[in-house]
Write a protein that binds this ligand. Structure first.
Ligand code: KIV
Length: 270
């Protein structure tokens, strides 16, 4: 493979540089090869094989039933279609309950094509993050609304609305950065908290329902294409105004993120 083709691939360093330059980047979930090709060719920098597949592909009402087998299968599908995006994979519910289990499962996802592993949690995943990072596995910590904890949280609610909870999110994000996290994903928090966390960290922060100030934006593919059964406030259907079907909708999403016209005020929590 030529050095030129290597240089086209998005890496964590690419995203770090974009953060330093103040340039936004676009991420989307992907679960199969065809969409991985369309999305990566449209300039989406990060493809997440998210455990949201339990809801949008499998029809469950939460992400809890998703297994490692599901994740490895979809990761391998996405890798086959990818044209240079950074590939992120979720560790599903209860697949990182002990250190040995975490390392084995993260390795399975990396062997299937993953390049960075996402897991949900705050300071309590600091040791796990360190352990993975020390072994060469980059980690994206998922904070704010963490869907795998839906039964403890009590619903898909905005997180960090009171000062104490917001401060805890900032401090725990810093703990995870210090433990070796390469990226942070922040879900469903007020806009000003999204900005504070992004400013407090050197690693790239990607947001979903976290306002326009995070370094990158991520959306569930089915939401962007308007085929999800529910439409949360932070979602925009880009297929509605597309002049070129699905590829056009994805291109418009990438452009809107980069030009900072999405998310707009109507998609933000306060
Ligand atoms: O699993 C997933 O798709 C996610 C999104 C909410 C970003 O984590």
């Amino acid at each position: 493979m030529s050095s030129q083709s290597f240089s086209k691939n998005t890496t964590i360093t690419t995203l770090q540089k974009l953060k330093q330059k103040g340039e936004k980047f676009a991420c989307l979930t992907a679960y199969d090869a065809c969409f991985a090709k369309i999305l990566s060719e449209a300039g989406v920098e990060v493809l997440l094989v998210g455990d949201s597949l339990g809801m949008v592909l499998q029809g469950h009402d939460s992400t809890l039933p998703v297994t490692m087998e599901d994740m490895v299968y979809h990761m391998a599908c996405v890798k086959r279609g990818n044209a240079g995006a950074l590939l992120m994979a979720d560790l599903p519910f209860m697949s990182y309950a002990s250190e040995t289990q975490t390392l084995e499962n993260a390795a399975r996802l990396m062997r299937a094509g993953g390049q960075i592993i996402k897991l949900e949690g705050g300071a309590w995943i600091a040791d796990t993050t360190r352990s993975l990072a020390e072994r060469g596995i980059p980690v994206c910590a998922h904070m704010g609304l963490t869907p795998q904890s839906i039964n403890r949280i009590g619903g898909f609610h905005v997180q960090g609305r009171d000062t104490e909870q917001a401060q805890a999110i900032i401090e725990e994000a810093q703990i995870l950065e210090a433990a070796g996290a390469s990226m942070l994903l922040l879900e469903c928090v007020p806009r000003d908290l999204g900005k504070k966390v992004t400013d407090a960290l050197e690693i790239p922060v990607i947001g979903i329902g976290a306002g326009p100030d995070t370094d990158g934006q991520i959306m569930v593919l089915h939401d962007v294409l308007g085929v999800s059964p529910i439409t949360p406030k932070f979602v925009k259907n880009f297929l509605l105004d597309s002049s070129d079907g699905i590829p056009g909708a994805v291109t418009d999403y990438v452009q809107a993120v980069k030009e900072q016209t999405f998310p707009s005020e109507e998609h933000c929590f306060h």
